[in-house]
Design a protein around this ligand. Structure first.
Ligand SMILES: *Cc1c(COP(=O)(O)O)cnc(C)c1O
Length: 428
């Protein structure tokens, strides 16, 4: 891998100015406004094709994808076995109502329950919906099965649980709540790893505690074993349900099929979405058998949840993951990637910590990393942030050693260049 040219170094240093200049141009030319609501701060790239670890834009530029649509395309882009199953299903049956039995759902449910502590599943279409279903199941269990009337869910600061009104209220980040008042009642948020605060938050109204095993959006923060053990004990003591949000950490991403399996715990409820269907929209909420009667007929529903198309894609994705032992592969490749990053970045004080589990890796830096993300795109490497100062790497679970070397070479150059330009010290 060649050194950065002076022009590239200048462009890295100037990336922020470039972007603000572009924004001004867009604002000055309303005739060019898109008909899509501007709720996403989009990069100036249109991706039009993908295969394996690589994607191409509409200008023919090729990128090594270390974000995977944000932890979604875990089998790589356009995985053939999954595509074949999807095409076969397209020729057979797209959609029927959930008022009928859908055999594909039963096969997916059997695969998921045979490989986890859960006994029951509910199908929906996204991570937020899966978490919404989890919150509803917890409330309904307490209110209809136990007759306790409990409703409150305790969550943690820096968590992310989705963008519906309930799940953004559960989310421990102020920025997703702004302008959406009033928020639904029944949520409390306490600092992560603060056991006294958690104990103080528990009341006779508490129904559940909900958390991620690695707070992914919040900065790739791993939950400590000791804290989680204490949470499990508190849930038991107070009769609370433990909900684990595995929307990003699930499906092999962290080196186990489900991240809670690293900790030897069994949540009452956990949720899946992103990696479950290789890019087809799907979510799943899974629970223990004793929760079954809480979701009695008519209690919860989704028009599209577990549609025959979604079920076919989920089934093929899960089967592939199990056959190729991709969770273990994520563990091995994650160790390799972290080791290589450590070797290459150990010399720069700009990098504070390299952390994460499996192929959910965070590089915490001493200053905001948005410019480095943009510079990576110019060098043909896609990755994302997790909060302002953390670079997040989410390659697909088949990523090769060679691709890991390519990515680390580019990242190392970008980070060293940025660290040496001195600007971050002034701003930090
Ligand atoms: C992405 C994400 C969600 C929301 O999923 P959507 O499919 O965007 O609704 C919820 N929880 C976690 C941990 C996530 O990473």
């Amino acid at each position: 891998m060649s050194e950065l040219t002076q022009a590239e170094k200048d462009s890295l240093t100037g990336a922020l100015q470039d972007r603000s200049a572009e924004t001004e141009v867009q604002e000055a030319a309303p005739a060019k406004l898109s008909a899509v609501f501007p709720s996403y701060a989009r990069y100036d790239i249109s991706l039009v094709k993908g295969k394996g670890s690589w994607v191409w834009d509409d200008q023919g530029n090729k990128y090594l994808d270390f974000m995977c649509g944000l932890a979604v395309t875990s089998l790589g882009h356009a995985p053939e076995k999954v595509g074949a199953k999807l095409k076969a299903q397209i020729d057979t049956l797209w959609h029927v109502s959930n008022l009928f039995h859908i055999p594909g759902q039963d096969r997916v449910a059997a695969l998921l329950t045979a490989n986890s502590c859960a006994d029951q599943v509910f199908f929906c279409n996204s991570g937020a919906e899966a978490n919404e279903a989890a919150i509803k199941l917890a409330r309904r269990y307490h209110q209809k099965v136990k007759g306790t009337g409990r409703y409150e869910v305790i969550t943690f600061e820096q968590s992310f649980h989705g963008r519906t009104l309930a799940t953004l209220t559960a989310t421990g980040q102020q920025k997703v709540k702004e302008g959406f008042l009033p928020l639904p009642a029944g949520f409390k948020t306490v600092p992560l790893h603060d056991l006294p605060a958690l104990k103080a938050a528990i009341s006779e109204n508490t129904a559940a505690v909900m958390l991620e095993m690695v707070l992914a959006e919040g900065g790739v923060l791993e939950v400590q074993q000791e804290f989680l053990d204490a949470v499990v004990a508190l849930c038991k003591e107070h009769g609370l349900l433990l909900i684990v949000d595995e929307v990003q950490t699930g499906m092999g991403r962290t080196g186990k099929l489900f991240a809670h399996q690293h900790y030897g715990i069994e949540p009452d409820i956990f949720t899946l979405a992103k990696g479950i269907a290789s890019g087809f929209p799907a979510g799943v909420m899974l629970g223990k058998g004793y929760l079954r009667e809480a979701f009695s007929p008519g209690s919860h529903a989704s028009t599209f949840g577990g549609t025959p198309l979604a079920a076919a894609v989920m089934e093929a994705t899960i089967e592939t993951m199990l056959e190729d032992n991709l969770a273990q592969r994520a563990a091995d490749m994650g160790e390799y990637l972290k080791g290589l990053l450590g070797d290459k970045l150990v010399d720069t004080p700009f990098v504070k910590e390299i952390r994460g589990k499996g192929l959910l890796i965070g590089i915490e830096c001493a200053a905001p990393v948005a410019d480095i993300v943009l510079a990576g795109q110019k060098r043909g490497l896609l990755f994302v942030q997790a909060g302002p100062n953390v670079i997040r790497l989410l390659p697909n679970l088949y990523v090769s050693v060679d691709e890991i070397h390519q990515a680390v070479d580019i990242l190392s150059e970008l980070i060293h260049t940025y660290a040496n330009n001195g600007k971050w010290e002034a701003g930090s």
